[in-house]
Ligand binder design. Structure first.
Ligand code: F6R
Length: 268
């Protein structure tokens, strides 16, 4: 894992946006894997800024989101489709017909929908760069602790902890879905690059377990240790429980010299 520790939330967002800018400039028809939640909001703001000043053009890009609530109407303000439109798609020139979420509406078969989502990702050539956040319990996407490390897009029951963490996004007495469709851990591991962002002290324990704990289904993010190209972008608070922070800071400086000469991605 390439661990990058920066000062604050804004620097995490700017750094992540630079990765996306370089990818799209090198590969205009890149396939992005996108996430929702509080963490990527600042990244999306940076992408919108870059688009507005002409540094980014999304005309040929495709996107696949990690997850979507089960049985929720796409027009509902709680849907992840709504979140993505509001925070990113409505403000850039991406073709919305090429933005996908793993939806499963009432009456549809979640197993079939999961298989179809996997097939669509494959048909588009696979995900070039998957953006991830991480749950305080180590989840990625909605792959909750004990999810199979070989899992693929499917329906999952959310844990009480995740429901509690996400309850802030729902009004009192408003229906909060307890089921979601999510890419699986194996789906995420298929991406050519993975960029995981975490900010805040409440993520520090999960980050430590992900980076230095055993690879185990109890911390789904630990499966990323098995991936060839993972970038972990942290603010100081999220990195606070990591041992070897000095090493990561030093390695980042060395990596920076190499990327200045050869670019951030060796695959594109
Ligand atoms: C979102 C997702 C989740 C979040 C995670 C962190 O699409 O799949 O895994 O990335 O729950 O959420 P925030 O960023 O709100 O702390």
């Amino acid at each position: 894992m390439q661990i990058i520790i920066v000062d604050n939330v804004q620097h995490v967002a700017e750094n992540a946006a630079d990765w996306i800018e370089e990818l799209i400039n090198k590969k205009p028809n890149a396939v992005l894997g996108l996430a929702t939640g509080s963490t990527p909001i600042y990244l999306y703001q940076e992408l919108v800024k870059k688009y507005k000043i002409g540094k980014l053009n999304f005309a040929n890009t495709t996107s696949f989101n990690l997850d979507e609530y089960f049985g929720i109407d796409a027009h509902s303000i709680q849907s992840y489709r709504h979140f993505m439109n509001k925070n990113l798609f409505d403000h850039i020139n991406i073709d919305k017909a090429k933005t996908f979420l793993p939806t499963c509406e009432q009456g549809e078969n979640p197993r079939k929908q999961g298989l179809a989502y996997e097939a669509k990702i494959k048909h588009c050539g696979g995900i070039d760069l998957q953006i991830l956040g991480i749950g305080a319990n180590g989840h990625i996407g909605f792959n909750e602790p004990t999810s199979s490390l070989a899992s693929r897009t499917r329906i999952k029951t959310l844990t009480k902890q995740t429901l509690k963490d996400n309850s802030r996004l729902f009004k009192e007495n408003e229906f909060q879905p307890t089921l979601a469709m999510t890419m699986g851990i194996a789906t995420i591991l298929d991406a050519k690059y993975v960029l995981l962002m975490a900010t805040g002290e409440h993520k520090a324990k999960a980050i430590k377990t992900m980076v230095t704990g055993a690879v185990s289904a109890i911390c789904p993010a630990s499966a990323l240790q098995m991936h060839e190209n993972v970038i972990v972008l942290l603010d100081k608070a999220a990195a606070s429980e990591l041992d070897n922070q000095e090493y990561y800071l030093w390695a980042d400086k060395e990596n920076h010299k190499i990327s200045q000469q050869f670019g951030l991605f060796h695959k594109f």
